[in-house]
Design a protein around this ligand. Sequence first.
Ligand code: GRG
Length: 317
Amino acid sequence: MLPEARGILVRKARQPMKDKPGGFENHLRATAEKVEHALKRFTLGKPPAVPPLLWDAMTYSLLAGGKRVRPFLVLESARIFGVHEEDGMALAVALEMVHTASLIHDDLPCMDNDVLRRGKPTNHMVFGEGMALLAGDALLVSGPGQATGKLKASGRVPAGRILAALQLILDAAGPAGICGGQTLDMEESERSGASPWRIAYWKTAVLLRPCVMAPAYLGGASDKELKCLSSYGAHLGVAFQIVDDILDVSGKAEQLGKTPGKDALQEKNSFVHRWDLETAREMAADQSRRSRTALSGIRRDTTFHEGMVHYLGARST
Ligand code: GRG
């Protein structure tokens, strides 16, 4: 650990789970445990050619905790569309790896320059900037890579569906995905004009869409179902980002696992700074409503996708 990283450790406040058996929060917790096991299995399987330092840097951020919202959405969509749990897990791990890569890069001094993530010192504080950059690169590529290998080996899904799912994930990570969103976000702090709506969509929602759509591709969902999932993921993602903006103002480091108050400091065009807390809450509620409405077009059991809308919305209250 680099000397600067010592002392940057925040115990995350554990939310008490008051839930009935089979309720959303119990299901979320049980799913997060399964995801944790899958991520650990992945990190135990270091290929011999990978330098241990790089593997340590990848593993450090991947196993640092996090709410595991994206894998949850993946596994729920997999269940809804009858995809085998192991195949769903391959995609869930891929999307958590891509997401973790984006967090590592987001925290770098040349980007948001943060020292705290998931309640621990950020990757570059521990491994240095060069290793953090490489750990992000490696997670970004090996996430979809391991999913391809596992899906191919399982032999349960036709190749065309695997390709469609992977294309969706890769597009979401690219220039018309979170790289583009991060560009808008960075430009914005230099006052060049994108609205918080565009930033929220391209920075956050764009990666939630493949979480719900990629497993649906594997399971052979209809065009109508894919359209509904696309709308669900987009509105859920925008609501998620609005809540993230609200928490940046009203949350505490122990709750967030990251440094609050960064948006104002970096003059980000967040929802709260563009409007105000109350308006931002109304906007998040409206996006949540729209995501729930989108689910009504799917004639399958979407209870837990709906539960996620409530769960994410409730974080800001
Ligand atoms: C393709 C590697 C790569 C990078 C692209 C840096 C970057 C460019 C994009 C970052 C975009 C970004 C950080 C968006 C914010 C999304 C967001 C709300 C993150 C917080 O997600 P949570 O709350 O975090 O789910 P946990 O830690 O719980 O997983």
